[in-house]
Design a protein around this ligand. Sequence first.
Ligand code: ATP
Ligand code: MG
Length: 298
Amino acid sequence: FKIKMDEFELYEELGKGNYGTVQKVLHKPTGVTMALKEIRLELDDSKLKTIITELDILHRATSPYIVDFYGAFFIESCVYYCMEFMDAGSLDFFAGCDLPEDVLARITGSMVEGLKFLKDELKIMHRDVKPTNVLLNSKGQVKLCDFGVSGQLDRSLAKTNIGCQSYMAPERIKGESQGAPTSYTASSDVWSLGLSVIEAACGHYPYPPETYSNVFAQLTAIVHGDPPTLPDNYSATAQDFVQQCLRKQAHTRPTYKDLLAHPFLLDNATKDIDMVGWIARATEYRKTHPKMNVPALA
Ligand code: ATP
Ligand code: MG
């Protein structure tokens, strides 16, 4: 079915990203609560068609580890993208809450399943794995959003604030600095996964604070420095998993199949982990312990 702007009742803003805002809305004809993402574009009309065609594969992207897609439409130079509303918010919100190892493993396992689905079923990489693109709900589910389905959409983004905290793998940073932005593969997503897992566990972007404030220092640390590690209250098994994801040589990083067979995730699916209870407690905790924002880079 087709979704139109005047069918929505608008609720509160859920967040702001680099390219636009995400709003909670009610789709009145169906009674479904959705998240509506507005993305500002710089483009001419001929490219709109390409984007709509490319976004179409999202209708095939049905997996318990991927946020559902409901449809997209254009108004002027913005694309509006309707997706499943995830009522617990994104992983960055929970970073720094007490994350027991089994909860961390369940979150990580869901991310790996989502990435594997994108690669095996849709033949795409995610390209933007980071805590704000990992969404949770009060049913205890963990799902990925904002993956790169549309090359044209990506090329048309009105990029205003590049830099910030980079989750890009070393080989991708090197490639882009040499003007070869496509010189990377699925293993670059594995790096970003490792970095996101550490951030969830330790509560902040995992490179040292002095690299937060300076794009050059940050990229230099990622390319030339030692990769960060998981806090030492996690087991040697968890440490090893993250270390493998953050191998600096892209081709030596594990595949998704390898990762799912790693002892950190192996018995994950069959284990009884109280995700619903943990999400409820962590949400309560955040009410009295608001998350400190790391200042964005100028
Ligand atoms: P970037 O612009 O670099 O992708 P971002 O991921 O933070 O950064 P958005 O994708 O615009 O930016 O999302 C903004 C915020 O909105 C997210 O941090 C998340 O907390 C919230 N959000 C996004 N999608 C949903 C959703 N489907 N349900 C609930 N909250 C969402
Ligand atoms: Mg996002």
